[in-house]
Each structure stands twice: as structure tokens, then as C-alpha cells.
Design a protein around this ligand. Structure first.
Ligand code: S3P
Length: 452
């Protein structure tokens, strides 16, 4: 099944206005990274995979449609998603195009899945995804045996995989879990050992979950760098997966609680894998009152309840900090919302090493700086560094261009909850790609929004 839905939608502007204290205990939807992987690994396994807590947002639904079209039906029964897998190498040629909508993760990981199958697949996406670089995954996969029609580097892409992939050893030129994962997924079908070496470690859900599904994966250090090896001709077995709450979605609620006076919010059951928690570490360094409570493990991943109170706790103030580039992979999706928190901190927050932000759903470095500036907040981009100078009471009052980017929309709506004047985002529709319940959930905590 391929979605023929046109990508163009009618823009829905929304304004966020200064709100009273945010209060409550809530859950956020399932982690996006783990949800995509559960569907794909389930498709590559034999037998049935049952997923609880799958993120039901557009990006992940597009992956569910894609695996279904490849012959591994993914369907919801009650509150569990079931995927009937086909085994590594067992996927079949889809009848139409595979439409990944707005999703870099869905499209890039799937490139690795397709590589190990002797099928031809045309991948398409929306205008944002069609601008994003695919060469980072195509280069290594071509070395393994994938063919790419017309040597294109962006979607739409026509790929032809092979059942005789060659294993490789590859040092990723950019810190990207998507690139690492695409190679490891292809490696499952290759004859021999495929190794990825990372200069900077990135989120490790693929490694963890592949092991859980029965693949042989070795991780270690090579010359001080993370090295991950997957053994080919792998056989995966269908599993039960429980998806924890998404720390990248929880970040918007946590940030709102930090900046809206009087707030106390607890977000239960959030993934706290340390390859994902850089934002919370940074909040604590800024003096925010953030606590990871009731730490436990679920489905091979650490989770916790995150409690956040307004400001610097005990009457303290938030202060600007330097966020080193080495932390970027563990909070790569959180810079827009961290920048909003920085607008309320005393002094300067310097966020370094943000080159990868330029190739997200939008150029997030430029979009974040522009959004802050439009709201009277001092922001400067210096190479790959973003510098935000905070104030006691940011002005707001601006309209933010979201560039089809869900996280830009949510970050600036959070700004409007505590800035002097309302903040308007030009289009809120793309929030549905990762967090359709965002507005409703924020309203249950006490946030106020008005149609613009
Ligand atoms: C993701 C990896 C990150 C992140 C994206 C999800 C993943 O991208 O921005 O939202 O699930 O592997 P990169 O790996 O390209 O940095």
C-alpha cells in the first residue's frame, strides 16, 4: 500500500499566550526512534512482533505502511500493533511508491532494509524530506551493493537492492544514528561482519534492539572510537516490544514547566537512555529544578519519571551555560527548545557543534535564530554555534516561520506560554508528524493557545 495523499496541506497558524502555572502528572507518546525500529525489525523477523505504546504519529504510520507494502503487514489489534515478519531477505517488491512523508528516520533506515532485498523500490517524501541529504546513507550502502537509479542524492529515489550484499567496515563522516542504523540493517543481510565506527557515539537503540531480536551484535572501542559490528546472514525472531515515552517530546513539557512561573509537571515513563538525555543534563547545569525519579528498566531500555519545577528551584535563577559540541548527538533534536529556555536564563548560552541542525526537517539553526529574533530575543549564529542571550522577561509578539518542522512549531509555542506577548507559529500541522497530542496535553497542564 502506498499513500497517494498529496503532501500540500492548508497551513494552520496557532498562537500561544502567557499561561498560569502548569501542573500535572502526564505521559508522553512513545519514542519515535524506537517505534520506527520496532516496525522495521518486526518486518525483518520471523513470526509476530507485538508492540505496545507505538507512537501513532504520521512519521511512524508511514513506516507501518511501508513495511506492510513490503509484505510484512503491520496492524493494530486492541492497543497492540502486530507485525507479521518475513525474515531477513524475505521482503517483497511493493506495488507502488513508498511514501515517507516528513520522516528522515523512516526513509534512511528503510534504505538499509531495502539494500538486502532483490527488489526495486521508489521512495518519495514531502517537500522538506525531498531536500534532505540521502548521500550519507547511499554512499556506504552502494559500497555494499545497493543500486540507485540516476545516481540521485535526494528523494524521490529509486533503489534496487540485492540478495548478495557485501559486508563493509565504515567510519561515519557525520554523527548520525540514522546512518549507523542503515548500515547495520543492511549488514544483517550481508555475508560476513559489517562494522560501523563512530567518531562520536549516537543513540544506540538499533544495537540494543537488534540484540533483543536475536542478532549477534558486538560493540567496543577501536582507537578510542565506538565500533559496532553486526554479523550477517542474521535471523531475527519476532518479539514483544514496549515503547517508552519519548524524551524529545517530553522536552517541550519540561521546558514549559521550567519557564512558566509556579509550574510543577511530572512526565511518567520516559526513556532516559544516556544517548538521549543531553537536554536534561543541560537543564540541570542551567540550575533548573529537574529530577529523574523512579529509575527502572523496561524492554531493555532505562526509563524514569521526570519531574520539573519552575525556574532554578528554591528561588534560584536559571543561568546561561556553554553546551559542548560533544553533547550534541545526545540532544540533537532538543536545540530549538533549549534555545527557548536559554531566552529566560541570565547571561549567554553557547550551543556549539550544531552543523547537523542545518539538515534536519528544516535548517533548524537558522529557523531557531530567526524565531528568537522575531520575538525580541538576542540570538546569533557564529559558524556552527548558536548564542542566545537571555532576559528576565522575553518579549514575544512575533510570528515564527516553521518551515514544515514540527520541533520549530512546538518550541516556539512553548515560548509563547511565558513570554510577555503571545507567540504565533505560521503552521502547526507538522506537529502531527511526531506529537499529535501536543496541544491537548499542554492544555491539560494549563497552557493556553488561541487560533491565530
Ligand atoms: C534519529 C536520529 C537523529 C534524530 C532523529 C531520529 C534516529 O538523526 O535527529 O530525529 O531515530 O536514529 P541523525 O541520526 O541523522 O542525527
Amino acid at each position: 500500500m502506498s499513500s497517494q495523499k498529496p503532501h500540500a496541506t492548508v497551513a494552520k497558524p496557532l498562537a500561544a499566550t502567557r499561561s498560569g502555572a502548569l501542573k500535572g502528572t502526564v505521559r508522553v507518546p512513545g519514542d519515535k526512534s524506537i517505534s520506527h525500529r520496532a516496525l522495521m525489525f518486526g518486518a525483518l523477523a520471523t513470526g509476530v512482533t507485538r508492540v505496545r505504546g507505538l507512537l501513532e504519529a504520521e512519521d511512524v504510520i508511514n513506516t507501518a505502511k511501508a513495511v506492510s507494502a513490503l509484505g510484512a503487514p503491520a496492524q493494530k489489534r486492541g492497543d497492540v500493533w502486530e507485525i507479521r515478519g518475513r525474515g531477513v531477505g524475505g521482503l517483497v517488491q511493493p506495488e507502488g511508491d513508498l511514501d515517507f512523508g516528513n520522516s528522515g528516520t523512516g526513509s534512511r533506515l528503510m534504505t538499509g532494509v531495502i539494500a538486502g532485498h532483490d527488489i526495486e523500490v521508489r521512495m518519495i517524501g514531502d517537500a522538506s524530506l525531498s531536500r534532505r541529504p540521502m548521500r550519507r546513507v547511499l554512499d556506504p550502502l552502494k559500497k555494499m551493493g545497493l543500486s540507485v537509479a540516476e545516481d540521485r542524492e535526494t528523494l524521490p529515489l529509486t533503489l534496487h537492492g540485492t540478495s548478495s550484499l557485501v559486508p563493509i567496515e565504515y567510519m561515519t563522516p557525520v554523527p548520525s544514528a540514522q546512518v549507523k542504523s542503515a548500515i547495520l540493517l543492511a549488514g544483517l543481510a550481508a555475508a560476513g561482519e559489517t562494522t560501523v565506527i563512530e567518531k562520536e557515539p549516537t543513540r544506540d537503540h538499533t544495537e540494543r534492539m537488534l540484540r533483543y531480536f536475536g542478532a549477534k551484535v558486538q560493540t567496543g572501542l577501536r582507537d578510542g572510537r565506538a565500533s559496532i559490528t553486526v554479523f550477517g546472514d542474521a535471523e531475527l525472531e519476532g518479539r514483544d516490544v514496549a515503547v517508552p515515552g519519548d524524551p524529545s517530546s517530553a522536552a517541550f513539557l519540561a521546558a514549559a514547566a521550567v519557564i512558566v512561573p509556579g509550574s510543577e509537571v511530572t512526565i511518567e515513563g520516559v526513556l532516559v537512555n544516556e544517548t538521549r538525555t543531553g537536554f536534561y543534563t543541560t537543564l540541570a547545569e542551567m540550575g533548573a529544578d529537574v529530577a529523574l525519579l523512579n529509575r527502572r528498566e523496561e524492554g531493555g531500555e532505562p526509563i524514569a519519571d521526570i519531574r520539573v519545577r519552575h525556574g532554578g528551584g528554591k528561588g534560584g535563577k536559571l543561568k546561561g551555560v556553554r553546551v559542548p559540541s560533544g553533547r550534541a548527538p545526545s540532544m540533537i533534536d532538543e536545540y530549538p527548545i533549549l534555545s527557548v529556555v536559554a531566552a529566560f536564563a541570565e547571561g549567554e548560552t553557547r550551543m556549539e557543534g550544531l552543523a547537523e541542525l542545518k539538515v534536519k526537517e528544516s535548517d533548524r539553526l537558522a529557523a531557531t535564530a530567526a524565531g528568537l529574533t522575531a520575538n525580541g530575543i538576542a540570538a546569533k549564529v557564529d559558524g556552527d554555534t548558536l548564542i542566545v542571550t537571555g532576559s528576565k522577561q522575553p518579549r514575544g509578539g512575533g510570528t515564527v516561520v516553521t518551515h514544515m518542522d514540527h520541533r520549530i512549531a512546538m518550541a516556539f509555542l512553548v515560548l509563547g506560554l511565558a513570554s510577555d506577548r503571545p507567540v504565533t507559529v505560521d503552521d502547526m500541522t507538522f506537529v502531527a508528524t511526531s506529537f499529535p497530542a501536543f496541544k491537548g496535553l499542554m492544555e491539560t497542564l494549563g497552557a493556553t493557545f488561541n487560533p491565530a
